[in-house]
Design a protein around this ligand. Structure first.
Ligand SMILES: [Zn+2]
Length: 316
């Protein structure tokens, strides 16, 4: 049975009809009216209705950034859209002809990776998504771990430095401040300021006015020692966070996703080394694999659709 997945991003909304094997059969993209919750709801309704036309659809899953309740129906809080305790499922179901569920976007992407991507052969997996911020998803015992209130697996706010850098969440020392794309730029700027191996970063910064992800990414691809050192520092922090996560969850696999994951083995290698350095009871703990995510752009829609299909199956 086919299902629809909708993934609400900051600039665009992606939608697709997805079959039970995770294959996308039809897709649609629209600009995201992020500042306008009424137009946002209207756009989601139009996309579900247009994708459902002429199809037999079991359900639709809508993925959004934010805290979603454990019943997969309300958005407690969305950082980019003015949704506060928004009963989104109820509102959408009045206007479309299929059952709807709401899911956190990182959870949806992680679930897709678990079902159809890098995690398809394991039962326990942690995904860490290194984009502008740090996101994540946990699969434990073949199930997506949402937490009792639905706000679990906010891996970006795992504290790794007591009294460390201030975070947008109101706390200090979260991994998001040390292991995100934004943190990579901070580290690259520090290395550029220090001279030595930072020379190429400093010249690129001077030429462009400021460093951005594209500049640092291309210097990493050229194996520039300064840019690679910044990436290694980031990997060091992510590896520490992974070691703490292993103590709680003991996954067989860590999947690394997000834009920074394009660096591939250059990122995986320092993560694994730091993980082993910080692992409790090292030598007695089976070693998980660290791999790059496989479903890069489509994970959100594929995961949202699959979770919607599963929800309808469980609640029939
Ligand atoms: Zn935080």
């Amino acid at each position: 049975m086919r299902a629809i997945g909708i993934d609400i991003g900051g600039t665009k909304i992606a939608g697709a009809v997805v079959d039970e094997f995770g294959e996308i059969l039809r897709s649609e993209r629209r600009p995201s009216p992020a500042g306008d919750p009424v137009l946002m709801e209207q756009t989601i309704v139009e996309m579900i209705n247009s994708l459902a036309e002429g199809e037999e659809i079991a359900a639709a899953g809508v993925a959004a950034a934010g805290f979603i309740d454990a019943a997969q129906s309300s958005v407690y809080y969305a950082p980019n859209i003015n949704w506060r305790n928004e009963p989104l499922r109820e509102k959408l179901e009045k206007r479309v002809s299929v059952p709807v569920i709401i899911e956190n976007d990182a959870n949806a992407a992680g679930w897709a990776e678990f079902r159809f991507g890098a995690g398809r052969l394991v039962s326990d997996m942690v995904m860490l998504t290194i984009g502008t911020g740090v996101g994540g998803a946990i699969v434990a015992d073949d199930r997506l771990l949402r937490g009792g209130f639905g706000a679990g697996a906010e891996l970006g706010h795992l504290r790794i430095v007591p009294g460390g850098l201030a975070c947008g969440c109101g706390q200090h020392g979260c991994i998001e401040q040390y292991g995100s794309g934004r943190a990579l730029l901070r580290l690259a700027n520090e290395i550029a300021d220090a001279g030595g191996i930072g020379q190429a970063l400093a010249s690129a910064r001077e030429a462009a006015g400021a460093l951005d992800g594209g500049i640092v990414g291309s210097l990493i691809a050229q194996r520039d020692p300064g840019a690679v050192a910044a990436l290694r520092q980031l990997g060091h922090w992510i590896g520490q966070a992974a070691a703490s996560l292993s103590a709680v969850l003991d996954p067989q696999l860590f999947v690394i996703g997000g834009g920074v994951a394009a660096s591939g083995d250059l990122l995986i290698e320092p993560i694994r080394a730091s993980y082993l350095d910080h692992l409790p009871a090292r030598g007695y703990h089976p070693e998980p694999d660290f791999v790059i995510a496989e479903l890069v752009n489509d994970a959100g829609v594929v995961g949202a659709a699959d979770l919607a299909r599963i929800y309808v199956g469980d609640h029939r």
